[in-house]
Design a protein. Structure first.
Length: 190
């Protein structure tokens, strides 16, 4: 593999109540991040295919770890990344877009696109990874996010890339719209 991973980081939440009301079942949110060396940091390259090609491998690795950490079926997912100051946001896009989505959808059993976020940041920058339903992105109850922060990353020549998954929608969701149990899951929308 052309990219070097310095470390893997797992974030996990288990939410038992919201608004003073207990949940019917705990909501679990997991994010897994890889901190990797940016092979294009500090210079311009028209060809950023090393990162495009690495996206497929990283997606597969991140999802294996995320599924193991979640420990239950995935209902929502999303992706994101932070590039250090000597890189470009296009470097994160190269990882997240051309080859990353298909392995994530396959691992989750999803059909909808993965919401994403990318930004430039220094060590300890926070990232709010948006998530939505794996079968139908119009299921409002699953519009949510998970915040992550790796205190020592990204260094100026690194990228943090992550996936977030949940085993349900927002606690006590009640803003209407398509319900998860009514989602058809054929076109990624409904």
């Amino acid at each position: 593999m052309a990219v070097e991973v310095r470390k893997w980081v797992v974030f996990s939440e288990e939410i038992l109540e919201e608004g003073g009301q207990a949940l019917d079942r705990p909501l679990r949110k997991v994010a897994v991040a890889a901190v990797l060396k940016n092979p294009y940091a500090g210079g311009w390259s028209e060809d950023i295919s090393e990162l495009i090609d690495a996206g497929e491998w990283l997606a597969t690795e991140l999802m294996q770890r995320a599924k193991a950490a979640l420990g239950s079926p995935i209902e929502a997912y999303g992706k994101g990344g932070i590039v250090g100051e000597r890189g470009e946001t296009e470097h994160v896009a190269a990882l997240l877009h051309p080859k990353f989505g298909a392995p994530v959808r396959a691992a989750a059993g999803g059909v909808s696109i993965l919401p994403s976020v990318k930004k430039r940041g220094a060590m300890g920058a926070h990232l709010d990874i948006p998530v939505h339903h794996i079968k139908a992105m119009l299921v409002r109850s699953h519009f949510d996010a998970m915040e992550i922060c790796v205190p020592d990353a990204p260094a100026t020549d690194e990228i943090v890339v992550a996936v977030a998954v949940t085993n349900g929608g927002r606690p006590h969701a009640r803003v209407g719209g398509l319900r998860a149990e009514d989602a058809v899951g054929e076109d990624g929308l409904r």
